[in-house]
Design a protein around this ligand. Structure first.
Ligand code: GEM
Ligand code: ZN
Length: 431
């Protein structure tokens, strides 16, 4: 939200910057934004074709059936056409980004660090923190708020625990929700905040919510990549920024430590949107979440049993592995694959998303799901939220979509929580 006071502060900061440098653009910005990008639709009907597109280095924004939407810089367009796939230009991406929220441009021009008009319902970092603190005030007996450490730029990564005795470590199955690994996927922050609201405000009145909270310990991390998210909204238009804000900006979802960089599902080139970093867990943000998850091994047993990592867009439910298209692989047997797909499909029946093994989308290595599963046997899913196509707003649907598109997942989340103690129960097996 753009407040008057923040506006004044922003004007003051803007005035200082104007004295320091002729133009605001690029001041103290180590990892530079992209410019000159063109949007394309590429017809890529299977994982092999989509992986080929991803390997050209273009920024893959989303998938809708056989069509991938990508953003390509001028030097990438030759490689894109060289795939031999059908390629159709959708025009200048920078112009389309600049057009979003245009009416509020003057306010944001001076670096107001906020969402523009049409988007003020989204929570920026300060508003997210305020919301979490308000939840603590409203439900002191249901939640505990803790920092799991800091991002590259020093922002706290907050984890909210929901439990009927939040300040004690109960012997109950734990479940984890993470949001906003990718900076521009702002709708996911709203999803984590929705889950928090549902399972706190709903506790007193809704019997099934109470039963779930009473039998589990629920962890929610609303923003794994706050630096990137703030950077995405900090200038006159959305930047479509994906990575974190290290000087060699890294894709957090290619930086996890299982099969890191193994299989052509990430890039070793710093400028790529899927840059994996110089080593596994080189990103402070993935380190913090890794250390938190590792810390939940109590008495030799991982307490977190299941996990959803929220992304946008394409309306998909994905499960491991991402590094290989094989259905079974070391650490993943046929029964486990069946449990993953059975719960995935049942959740998809609730929200209308498309369920598939994550490598059916395209090959990724170093993703969070593969690490959570292989390292800890945590039943780890990726949800790719609304929309299905760039035409419906891509990463930037208007804030009027927040309520319908987050509540759309209520019943899928409820089903997930019901099985979160023992996912194999869904195929009649015990844990
Ligand atoms: C995906 S989500 C990763 C899921 N794994 C596979 N193999 N698709 C990504 O990280 O590229 C899309 C997104 O960024 O939201
Ligand atoms: Zn993502």
């Amino acid at each position: 939200m753009f407040t008057k006071r923040r506006g004044l502060v922003a004007v003051a900061i803007g005035a200082c910057l104007a004295l320091l440098a002729p133009a605001y653009t690029g001041v103290a910005e180590p990892a530079t934004a992209k410019t000159g990008r063109t949007l394309f639709e590429v017809t890529a009907p299977d994982s092999a074709a989509r992986t080929k597109v991803a390997r050209t280095g273009v920024d893959v924004l989303g998938q809708n059936k056989d069509v991938l939407t990508v953003a390509a810089e001028p030097f990438q367009q030759f490689a894109l056409r060289a795939t031999g796939l059908k390629v159709k230009s959708l025009g200048d991406y920078e112009a389309q980004l600049a057009a979003l929220g245009k009416s509020d441009f003057t306010d944001r021009e001076v670096g107001a660090l906020d969402f523009p008009s049409g988007y003020t319902g989204y929570h920026n970092y300060a508003e997210t923190v305020a919301e979490l603190n308000q939840t603590v005030t409203d439900h002191p007996n249901l939640v505990k708020l803790q920092s799991i450490g800091k991002s590259y730029e020093g922002r706290d990564l907050w984890a909210l625990k929901i439990s009927n005795s939040p300040n004690t470590d109960q012997a109950k199955p734990e479940v984890l929700f993470t949001c906003n690994q990718h900076a521009r996927e702002h709708l996911t922050v709203e999803m984590c905040l929705r889950i928090i609201k549902q399972y706190t405000d709903g506790y007193a009145t809704n019997a099934s919510i109470k039963a779930l909270v009473d039998s589990r310990e629920i962890w929610v991390v609303p923003s794994v990549n706050p630096d990137g998210a703030e950077y995405d909204i900090a200038s006159g238009s959305f930047r479509s920024w994906r990575k974190n804000r290290q000087p060699s900006a890294t894709d957090p979802n290619r930086n996890w430590g299982y099969k890191w960089g193994c299989c052509g599902g990430s890039s070793g080139s710093v400028s790529s949107e899927t840059y994996r970093g110089p080593s596994a867990f080189s990103a402070p943000e993935t380190q913090r979440v890794r250390d938190f998850v590792n810390s939940r091994v109590v008495g030799g047993v991982q307490q977190i049993k299941s996990h959803i990592d929220w992304h946008t867009y394409s309306e998909l439910i994905l499960w491991p592995y991402g590094y290989t298209t094989a259905d079974t692989a070391p650490g993943l047997d046929a029964n486990q694959a069946k449990a993953f797909s059975t719960l995935g499909k049942q959740m998809a029946a609730k929200n209308g998303y498309t369920p598939e093994q994550s490598s059916d989308l395209y090959i990724t290595d170093g993703s969070v799901n593969d690490w959570m599963w292989f390292q800890h046997k945590i039943w780890s899913y990726t949800f790719e939220m609304y929309p299905t196509s760039s035409g419906a707003g891509g990463f930037y649907p208007r804030d009027t979509q927040i309520a319908p598109q987050t509540s759309r997942n209520d019943s899928a989340v409820e089903l997930f929580l019901q099985y979160s103690d023992c996912v194999p129960r869904i195929i009649g097996q015990s844990c």
